[in-house]
Write a protein that binds this ligand. Structure first.
Ligand code: HEM
Length: 143
């Protein structure tokens, strides 16, 4: 993925995203997040590394029937980091959840973090994914 190689000027959206107090963002369970698919809710949300981006401004790429609809309404870290539109099994042959990137090596982490930059430049952050019901919402926000 080439976006990360470019030393782009931060966009207005990026600067806004950078200012956000993540602790105070609304938390979405996986079930709640799944509704932001343009149908159950009018917005399209895509999460990466637990931060939720509102991609509605580019709904043409994300609406049903489009290839990137697969990223909508979930944390798609695993798909993006593995450059795959389908979840791939891990080394043990099990297919992890879409948000799970715990087995990523340097290569996948770089791809994933490049996508974080791309989304952060283009789309407002609107929430945090609460993976577990008792999740404290603390996340690793390094990019
Ligand atoms: C044959 C394979 C593919 C082609 C030809 C392709 C082509 C493109 C093009 C032309 C764009 C628009 C770039 C821009 O707006 O600057 C794009 C965006 C994107 N691609 Fe792909 N892509 C391919 C595969 C993939 C795969 C495997 C993934 C992820 C697993 C992926 C994820 C994305 C995402 C997330 C965007 C950003 C959409 C947005 O918010 O604008 N693509 N792709």
């Amino acid at each position: 993925m080439a976006f990360g190689d470019k030393n782009l000027e931060p966009t207005e959206i990026y600067l806004q995203n950078d200012k956000i107090d993540i602790e105070n963002l609304p938390k979405f369970t996986i079930t709640e997040l799944s509704k932001y698919n343009g149908k159950d809710k009018p917005q399209y949300y895509v999460a990466i590394k637990r931060l939720i981006y509102d991609v509605t401004s580019n709904s043409d790429s994300y609406k049903p029937g489009k290839g990137y609809n697969v990223f909508v309404g979930k944390d798609s870290s695993r798909l993006l980091g593995t450059s795959s539109l389908k979840l791939k099994p891990n080394e043990e042959g099990k297919t992890p959840e879409s948000w799970d990137y715990s087995d990523f090596g340097d290569k996948e982490l770089k791809v994933l973090n490049d996508w974080v930059k791309f989304f952060k430049m283009r789309y407002p952050i609107v929430g945090v994914v609460a993976i577990e019901e008792d999740d404290d919402g603390k996340i690793d926000t390094k990019d």
